[in-house]
Design a protein around this ligand. Structure first.
Ligand code: FAD
Length: 342
């Protein structure tokens, strides 16, 4: 099911994952005209269930979003399938502030924009890894740790947080192996790994071994295969934000070193007036619950900004209706030629 895209809305939400749909729900309930434009590829799509989400633990990712779409529509919000190509400034007669162009050529105008397009997980280019992503090649112990508890888990050194990742996964299993790959740990880190009983394998990783649709091990360039049932990697996280370049909004390096994100204040407001962001596009660490909460909070602040705008305009109109000029105009209309006799 898809809604018919109109010409203009008060708010266009770009991206319909947890953050975008949650924001749209708040805005639709605030009686704003709102559309969600969504390409339909949430980050956790490969996973079987969303875990750690109170009240909904284990729900299939697409099922959760289908419920969210129905809730948004229940309050008059719209959801349209499509990919946004570009956003530019445009002040129309109706007060719209932005033109949003879709990849299929459609254009829609909006007074405000909420960007919730998430991020791309750039998984290391090692044969076999991408096809197992979200199944037995994992990144987050809070999302998948319970499901692989007590199993033989490998951690592939890929970035600044890999040792931390190994120490975390140790909470779920005593059988952890750290693959140094191209990033050997410092002496201090090696001591931490050893102290926690985490084995270390030196040597570059060539591929992962798959047997009967399951991860069976990790193959090194010298041919050695180390048996493992799951492999943790830390992908480089890149916010999906290229379509905002005409507004001058660009990703910057996240202070943690995990990837690139869009900067915003605590309410989701960016440096570009009228543009808010929520979820993984700005906060790479946000899980589904945090992304949904950020979407709702940004939507509330965005609505307050519209209310402030509308109040300013109403006050100006109110003052204009009682100005000296308008009094003179009304006096002229009412008294006409008799004005000198009064
Ligand atoms: C394998 C895996 C498993 C995970 N498991 C869990 C878990 O168990 N529990 C948990 O809490 N978290 C989990 N996460 C994290 C979870 O995926 C994120 O927290 C969540 O998806 C963030 O929501 P979001 O709305 O910010 O972005 P997304 O959910 O990624 O939604 C962004 C949406 O925007 C759309 N989009 C992107 N660009 C455009 C564009 N230009 N135009 C229109 N639409 C666009 C995308 O197609 C997508 O539908 C997991 C992540 C991964 C990678």
């Amino acid at each position: 099911m898809d809604d018919q895209l109109r010409n203009s809305y008060e708010v266009v939400v770009i991206g319909g994952g947890a953050a975008g749909l949650s924001g749209a729900l708040m805005l639709a309930r605030a009686r704003r005209s709102v559309v969600v434009i969504d390409a339909g590829m949430p980050r956790n799509a490969p996973a079987a269930g969303v875990h750690g989400l109170l009240g909904l633990d284990g729900t299939a990712p697409m099922q959760l979003l289908a419920r969210g779409r129905a809730e948004v529509r229940g309050y008059g919000g719209q959801v349209v399938t499509g990919e946004v190509d570009a956003v530019s400034r445009e002040v129309g007669a109706d007060g719209a502030g932005f033109a949003v162009t879709l990849a299929d050529g459609r254009t829609v105008r909006a007074r405000r924009i909420l960007v919730a397009t998430g991020l791309v997980d750039e998984v290391p280019d090692i044969p076999g890894l991408r096809s197992r992503w979200g199944r037995d090649v994992l990144h987050c112990p809070y999302c998948h740790g319970w499901e692989v508890r007590d199993r033989a888990i490998g951690v592939l050194a890929t970035g600044p947080l890999s040792v931390h990742q190994a120490l975390l996964f140790r909470q779920w299993s005593t059988d952890i192996t750290y693959f140094c790959h191209t990033l050997p740990p410092t002496d201090e880190q090696a001591e931490q790994l050893a102290a926690r009983g985490i084995g270390m394998v030196v040597g570059e990783v060539a591929s992962v071994e798959i047997v009967e649709d399951r991860l069976a091990g990790v193959r090194l360039t010298d041919g050695t295969v180390v048996g493992r049932e799951a492999l943790a990697v830390a992908p480089y996280l890149v916010a999906r934000a290229g379509f905002l370049s005409r507004l001058g909004l660009r990703t910057v390096e996240h202070p943690s070193g995990v990837g690139q994100h869009l900067l915003a204040d605590a309410t989701g407001r960016t440096d570009v007036a009228g543009v808010w962001v929520a979820g993984n596009v700005t906060d790479p660490a946000a899980q589904v619950g945090a992304a949904a909460a950020a979407g709702a909070a940004a939507a509330a602040h965005l609505n307050a900004d519209l209310v402030a705008d509308e109040t300013r305009q109403a006050v100006a109109a109110h003052r204009a209706s009682f100005s000296a000029e308008s009094e003179a105009r009304i006096g002229e209309l009412v008294t006409g030629e008799r004005r000198h006799g009064l």
